[in-house]
Design a protein. Structure first.
Length: 549
């Protein structure tokens, strides 16, 4: 036994010295001195600040919305992609008298265990003076066909017992998976004016065990007023509650952010999205932004309201008094970029002096419909989904829409009404997008390349979300000098020729990519008539090494 311990110590000392002495040859195979046994080639690597340098550590799915991982694009272009609206839209409309002026602002959750969609949507009560909202509830197994459960057994109404405070409206709801108190599992931020006057407009909080019975916070005024939907969530990365809401007071159509450690004490608002030169073409203002934490990044679905006017829509400015949806992007949830037709743009870029006419149209993520034809031609407004709803690799987006523009009651330009309708037709729509499909790198038939910055990943697999049907994608792995790594060049790349969310990058002669892990590499994608959406590191094999004694 003593001999075994002494020999083992000698092996460790020699191996440690060897690794230290050969630091400039990090990727040589490791020799277990004294036993003549060799580790599998490339399985062990020294990872430190010298070997990694400035390489990006790739841990989760990397989207190509910005240039974080992209070093160069040659003969390819980046493109913002739009969700596809469902053919059966609207999937929910008012059917009962108590759903007054519904559906308005809404929140949608998906319970993966019960495979059930849950929707809270707002209506408006007829009251004297200032407005007061009501909250309805609906469920669905597929997101298309919705049931309105009788929450009030006497009336059969699907009305939620919302906080009984004057002026209740603009609620944003989420399920707090970190909450230990079962009575506070669901949390809500909402607007109200307790004394019925404009002087007391404020943002308040409420808590619920089931999302249906709500108790308001004992402390009522928590955050300054926001007269569009307030969207709170638990941010696992910052370990704080975060909410996005309007700027103010005074209330202005800009996007602000606040955060809290306990859901009761909130930081002063900071403004994260302001109007820019890009917005001057259509006189765009921001009605609200629904945040969507997505893997390692954050997305924001913006209600982009254009050219406020009480006049009929002019032929040369068809966007007047209408609203579509645009996209914002952030890596930390605090500093945001607008996403245009060619991906994320910095604040400086969207304020450049240039002709923004085409770029403004290309920035539309979800458009309103065709005037006097589609049910949602007047405006679309986002519904809040605190967590991504991804089913069968399709991201589900819900939104409210109407066949009338914003100020239709004032303009003499009424919508074409249904024979029995007393106003515009409102509804909730569904649109879906390919997983990770927000922005893609596209190549035409002539082909082109995308090269990444230097990055390090841990694992044995790289998954590429890409569509190469009718085209091809080949990949070469490069070292820090930009030279192909032996065995991972273009000549041995397994060419992709299909459409797949989960392509596995492969090179001939290698069952996996463990030789590439733990060292700085670059990838150069050769695309022809193809699209690339995301890159994800994975571990798919058990890398067990037999004891060497």
């Amino acid at each position: 036994m003593l001999r075994y311990v002494i020999v083992s110590m000698i092996v460790v000392l020699f191996h440690g010295y060897s690794a230290f002495a050969q630091d400039d040859k990090e990727y040589n195979e490791t020799q277990f001195v004294g036993y003549g046994l060799k580790a599998p080639p490339g399985l062990f690597k020294n990872v430190n600040d010298s070997t990694v340098g400035d390489a990006i550590l790739l841990r989760g799915t990397e989207l190509f919305i910005d240039d974080h991982l992209i070093e160069s694009l040659d003969g390819v272009r980046r493109q913002l992609n739009q969700p596809i609206k469902h053919k059966q839209n609207p999937v929910l409309v008012k059917t009962e008298d108590w759903e007054e002026k519904a559906p308005g602002y809404g929140t949608v959750h998906y319970d993966a265990k019960s495979k059930l969609f849950k929707m809270w949507y707002q209506g408006w009560k007829k009251t004297e003076g200032t407005s007061t909202g009501l909250l309805c509830y609906a469920t669905s197994k597929d997101g298309i066909h919705w049931d309105k459960p009788a929450l009030d057994k006497k009336t059969g109404a699907n009305l939620v017992q919302h906080p009984p405070i004057q002026g209740f409206q603009c609620a944003g709801i989420f399920l707090d998976r970190t909450e230990r108190d079962p009575q506070r599992r669901y949390k809500m931020l909402f607007s109200c004016n307790p004394d019925g006057t404009a002087a007391t407009w404020m943002t308040s909080a409420a808590f619920s065990p089931d999302g249906l019975h709500w108790i308001p916070s004992k402390e009522t005024p928590l955050i300054p007023f926001s007269d569009t939907q307030i969207c709170p969530f638990w941010d696992a990365r910052s370990r704080r509650y975060v909410a996005f809401l309007r700027f103010g007071p005074p209330n202005t159509r800009l996007i602000s952010r606040t955060e809290s450690e306990d859901f009761l004490h909130w930081s002063p608002k900071i403004t994260v999205l302001r109007r820019t030169r890009m917005d001057s073409i259509q006189q765009t203002q921001f009605y609200q932004m629904e945040p969507l934490p997505y893997g390692e990044v954050y997305l924001g679905i913006i209600g982009a309201y254009h050219n406020e006017s009480l006049k009929p829509i002019p032929a040369d400015k068809p966007w007047t008094d209408r609203q579509d949806l645009q996209l914002a992007f952030s890596r930390d949830g605090v500093v945001w970029k607008r996403v245009g037709g060619a991906g994320a743009m910095t604040h400086a870029e969207v304020n450049e002096e240039r002709d923004w006419s085409n770029a403004t149209r290309e920035a539309t993520f979800l458009p309103y419909g065709t005037k006097d034809k589609d049910w949602d031609w007047g405006y679309v407004t986002p519904y809040y989904t605190p967590e991504p709803i991804i089913i069968n690799d399709r991201i589900h987006f819900f939104y409210a829409g109407s066949n009338a523009k914003h100020w239709w009651t004032w303009t003499g330009d009424p919508p074409k009404l249904d024979p029995d309708a007393k106003g515009p037709r409102k509804g909730v729509g569904l649109a879906t997008l390919r997983r990770d499909g927000f922005v893609s790198i596209n190549a035409g038939p002539e082909g082109g390349t995308m090269a990444t910055r230097s990055f390090v990943f841990l694992g044995d697999t790289l998954i590429l979300n890409a569509d190469a049907a009718g085209g091809s994608i080949s990949v070469e792995a490069l070292d820090m000098d930009g030279k192909p790594i032996e065995g991972f060049g273009l000549d041995t790349s397994a060419t992709l020729t299909t459409d797949n969310i989960r392509h596995t990058l492969a090179w001939k002669g290698h069952k996996d990519l463990h030789k590439l892990q733990g060292r700085p590499i670059r990838l150069r994608f050769h695309l022809k008539h193809a699209r690339v959406y995301s890159l994800t590191p994975k571990t798919r094999h058990a890398h067990y090494v037999r004891a060497y004694d």
